[in-house]
Design a protein around this ligand. Structure first.
Ligand code: FES
Length: 79
């Protein structure tokens, strides 16, 4: 199976707004991390939609190896 690129080995905090939908990059190729910019086209990856339930800070996974996408689960410590 194709592996995602490691964008960086730490999560990216984002202030999300309640009711807004965000498209998390799962392939690691986006230049607009942690969000999809369409760069996954040549890969088997697709962005993952996330709709915020409240205003809060979300730590999006940037190593793309998380078991709990689109959120950081600490896996970056082992990549
Ligand atoms: Fe990575 Fe779209 S650019 S999933």
């Amino acid at each position: 199976m194709e592996k995602p690129e490691i964008s960086q080995k730490s999560p990216i905090p984002v202030e999300v707004k309640k009711g807004e939908t965000y498209y998390w990059c799962s392939c690691g190729k986006s230049a607009n991390q942690p969000f999809c910019d369409g760069s996954h086209k040549e890969t088997s990856f697709a962005p993952r939609a996330f709709t915020a339930e409240k205003d809060e800070t979300v730590y999006f996974c940037a190593c793309k190896q998380t078991k709990n996408p689109p959120f950081c689960d600490g896996t970056h410590k082992n990549v």
